[in-house]
Design a protein around this ligand. Structure first.
Ligand code: TEU
Ligand code: CA
Length: 558
């Protein structure tokens, strides 16, 4: 039982297909584009690729609104091309993990079209329909994308629930037919030979009994539906059922995107006994820098105090040890660029701080995820104005918080969006310093970050001191040293607000990981023994107790 599982030694590379590589020059990334870049992922050393949704979709939320779970989005290619991608990845020893979006479907999915057609439809109970209450919404929940979670449907005079966009009606998981239909669909993908699922907002599947109103904070119009729904009454039953009916059928990897998960629930979702999923994405460390006003949610641009981050990540490291398994990430397609948010994208610090962040994360216990472009230190897109954005979360937040409620002025909101908006992560991948960064020769679906002349893959591969090669080394260490997977984590000096230092301990072997978040030179003494071996650093030499800006180093001690 204590044997290391393959996914515990693996590093995952996340690809956002729309923005990765365009092969047919229509401005939209596609499967052929990904195939053409598999050697790049191989060179980095990642073991697994997680693909954001590639299924048929009307794109209300860039593919997280699926109209056919078993068809490929024609913008991205064909099923045959997907099979080629899977084969080519496998030929290189790379596994493919698929996004699974089953909290909701698209409103254009045939189930929903049937469901909304009549109260007697045999798909009516596939979704969550309710009568109006006193002529308005059935409860006071707010959508993740602003506004109410309820949409009135003229045809039958009822409202349907959508935790996300109107085009993303929530499936009714209490209906056993819904569950069986999803499990059958999953099994067909498993039979195709995919290697796992990243499960979108899996913690939201089970809604609370009676869908009660929730508390509404000052300045807000709606209750926080995440708080009302996450980790609901039947969620663990549903996942056990999924385990029995699908997940046990193959040696696949599962990671639940677990919005609002706490330690107690994570211990169950990601339990070591394998009864549910392999691991979850938790969000606490992404929310430490939320706005103090709950009505503004995550919209803010205040830097995150390091001591808060340390306390939080340390809690997750300690609490899950030996009982569950962590996933490790700084960013994804829903978060802004890590170097801009947690390090510094100023030219003199960008490379140093990006390497430091990487080292800090990759020596922890858990499975690390690298989001496309992170490995070359891509930054937030400060060249964007309001008209350049595509993301529904950004657009709705402006519409409600600025234009309707006047809680923020347009300039402040734009600053917050520059700092936190999802489109920062979704600008096209920067391959070269040429036309459209080598992403496409067509018109890119989303504007590029204008720094691609300096920050691009060509540059990174040509420079042996680049962030890319730093990541390559980190991945290699994880593969070579079991202590990175199994070592006991022990934080040092929790109150130090400039350095994140910790140890990993396995029998008489020890790793000492020192990461300075300071932009100035500072001094710290960690009693490093004379004969300690310096494994990796982001400076050319070792200055002992003197830590230079964003210095990061790892010693092996035994
Ligand atoms: O994200 C769920 C989720 O929690 C996000 O809405 C998050 O709150 C927001 O992006 C701010 O960080 C998943 C997907 O990753 C996201 O892309 C989808 O929009 C969403 O589910 C709905 O499917
Ligand atoms: Ca294309």
């Amino acid at each position: 039982e204590n044997q290391i599982k393959w996914w515990q030694k693996a590093v995952v590379y996340q690809i956002y297909p729309r923005s990765f590589q365009d092969a047919n020059q229509d401005g939209i990334g596609d499967l052929k584009g990904i195939i053409s870049r598999l050697d790049y992922v191989k060179k980095l050393g990642a073991d697994v690729i997680w693909l954001n949704p590639i299924y048929a979709t009307p794109n209300a939320d860039n593919g997280y609104d699926i109209s056919d779970y078993e068809a490929i989005n024609p913008e991205f290619g064909t099923m045959e091309e997907f099979e080629t991608l899977l084969g080519e990845a496998h030929a290189r020893g790379i596994k493919i993990v698929m996004d699974l979006v089953v909290n909701h479907s698209s409103s254009e999915h045939k189930w929903f079209i049937e469901s909304r057609s009549s109260k007697d439809s045999d798909k009516r109970d596939f979704y969550i329909w309710r009568d109006p209450v006193d002529g308005h919404e059935p409860n006071n929940w707010g959508s993740f994308f602003s506004g109410s979670t309820w949409k009135f449907d003229e045809t039958t005079g009822q409202y349907y629930l959508h935790l996300f966009a109107e085009g993303q009606p929530d499936l009714n998981w209490e209906n056993p037919e819904v569950r069986q239909s999803v499990f059958d669909m999953m099994n067909r993908w498993v039979d195709k030979g995919i290697d796992g699922f990243r499960m979108d907002v899996i913690s939201l599947l089970s809604k609370p009994e009676g869908l009660p109103d929730g508390p509404v904070s000052k300045d807000a119009h709606f209750a926080n539906s995440n708080d009302m729904v996450a980790n609901g009454p039947h969620i663990h039953e549903y996942i056990h059922e999924m385990r029995e009916k699908v997940l046990n059928n193959a040696d696949i990897m599962t990671v639940g995107e677990a919005s609002n998960v706490d330690i107690e629930n994570a211990k169950r979702y990601a339990a070591k006994d394998g009864s549910e999923l392999n691991m979850v994405f938790q969000f606490e460390h992404m929310e430490l820098d939320n706005n103090p006003n709950p009505a503004l949610g995550r919209w803010d641009d205040a830097p995150l105090p390091l001591t808060k981050l340390k306390a939080n990540l340390t809690k997750w490291q300690n609490e899950l040890e030996n009982v569950a398994w962590n996933s490790l990430y700084w960013q994804n397609h829903d978060q802004s660029r890590a170097v801009s948010r947690f390090g510094s994208d100023a030219p003199e610090f960008r490379v140093k701080s990006a390497k430091m962040l990487a080292t800090m994360l990759h020596f922890m216990q858990g499975t690390p995820y690298i989001y496309q472009g992170e490995e070359i230190g891509m930054t937030n897109a400060n060249n964007f104005g309001w008209d350049d954005y595509d993301d529904i979360e950004i657009k709705n937040a402006r519409k409600y918080l600025v234009q309707r409620d006047g809680l923020l002025d347009d300039d402040t909101m734009l600053r917050y969006v520059h700092y936190k908006g999802r489109d920062n992560a979704r600008t096209p991948m920067q391959w070269t310093d040429g036309e459209n960064a080598g992403f496409t020769t067509g018109t890119p679906w989303l504007k590029l970050n204008d720094n691609f002349d300096k920050i691009n893959v060509d540059q990174a591969l040509a420079d042996e001191g680049s962030i890319f090669y730093h990541y390559q080394k980190l991945i290699q260490f994880r593969h070579d040293l079991d202590i990175v997977t199994t070592g006991h984590y022990e934080v040092l000096d929790l109150n130090d607000d400039e350095v994140y230092a910790y140890k990993r301990v396995l029998d008489d072997e020890e790793l000492l990981v020192i990461n300075s978040f300071a932009e100035d030179a500072i001094v710290r003494d960690y009693n490093v023994p004379e004969d300690a071996e310096l494994l990796i650093s982001n400076y050319k030499d070792d200055a002992g107790k003197d830590l230079r800006p964003y210095e990061s180093k790892v010693y092996r001690i035994n």
